[in-house]
Design a protein around this ligand. Sequence first.
Ligand SMILES: Cc1cc2nc3c(=O)[nH]c(=O)nc-3n(C[C@H](O)[C@H](O)[C@H](O)COP(=O)(O)OP(=O)(O)OC[C@H]3O[C@@H](n4cnc5c(N)ncnc54)[C@H](O)[C@@H]3O)c2cc1C
Length: 394
Amino acid sequence: MKILISGASIAGPTLGYWLTEYGFDVEIVERSSEVRGGGYPIDLRGSAMDVAERMGMTASLRDAHLDIRKLTLVDRDGETILAVNPEQFSGGTQGHDVEVPRGDLARLLYERTRDRCAYRFNDYVTALDDRGDSVDVEFKSGRRERYDYVLGADGLHSATRGFIFGPEDPFIRHLGYFFVGFTMPNVFGMAREQRVFSTAGRMAGISSVRSDDRVTALLTMALDEMPVAAERNADVQRDRFKALFGQDGWHIPQLLEGLDRGDDLYFDTVSQIRMPGWSKGRIALAGDAAHGPSFVTGQGSSLALAGAYVLAGELASHAGDPAAAFASYEREFRPFAEANQNIAGKRWQFIPDDAETERMRNEHLRANGLPAASGEAKRAIHTALKIKDYHADS
Ligand SMILES: Cc1cc2nc3c(=O)[nH]c(=O)nc-3n(C[C@H](O)[C@H](O)[C@H](O)COP(=O)(O)OP(=O)(O)OC[C@H]3O[C@@H](n4cnc5c(N)ncnc54)[C@H](O)[C@@H]3O)c2cc1C
């Protein structure tokens, strides 16, 4: 059976790995000219690490692990509110979970699958016709092919989702923030640490990545309205961040310089995808396209990896029956995906709504530190998916 996957980031190559493991023929089409690097460090935790282990990736992930030892939260004056081991906050498990640069994870997954999947870069789907027993696909390049299944792993703004379910508006839940991530020179002298500036309406994070000469930076602002497409233009957004952060001290002037010079800027809204169903006919969605949780949960890549594993496994178990395969995929994975999406809560503690909320939060954290229960509760959610052995089932 022949399967087309759209998107070669985290969910796409993971699907490719498992589907080829089960004997499917897999093609992966990626709009960019290569696997895209960049992005803020991401965590692989709990059940997702069990999937990575089954893919034989534990050693390379450990090598890429950033092993960040300290997270420092500072107030609007640059004064320390709290300095903790990040796992205390995130619910990660030292020695099991990893934090790696997003681009490194994408590259590792690509390397793991490049010999078993046919990758086609610089191309994308322009039309899909589900004929009931197969799907006819047209590509930008002019190619036309027929597949047994098409899987959309093309991210938050998934084009595959658009083909089968229409515009994203009913499915995208804006959490009220807009961000830009980029890398820049490590002018801060940081090593294995994260620093977060957090005040009403905005936050800035810096994370030292493995090579000590670069850091990744994240600027996030509260934004009530979703920016319209024209506003997603990089120059417009750069100016918006510069205007908002322009008067701030701490490391902000250097960060704004990094923003100006950055050539790997990644802008997006902090949004979730919530959909009543993840498939139609012979076409299904995986990763952010189906159930994007947003980075405030810290679970985007973990969900992408674990969900792709389940989707591939269910397809292998019900290869001739898409309705059964996709229903089973949702039954298995939806409760886990939604529980992880719910980690986001109503507000994000790194961006207080107003000065009073900020003052109370800072006072509380200075006096009491982080509640131990917050990391433990998250850990229970990260590990809730039991990884089935589809080899045995199929
Ligand atoms: C360059 C980059 C930087 C990122 N930085 C951050 C970050 O700083 N913080 C954060 O929380 N999340 C970031 N993300 C998103 C994060 O990777 C995902 O939340 C998560 O890992 C889930 O992965 P995914 O594979 O489902 O989707 P994504 O990682 O979003 O990957 C989607 C892939 O599909 C490709 N694609 C898009 N449209 C099409 C199309 N029409 N046809 C073919 N291919 C298409 C994209 O180029 C991309 O490679 C970033 C994603 C990318 C691509």
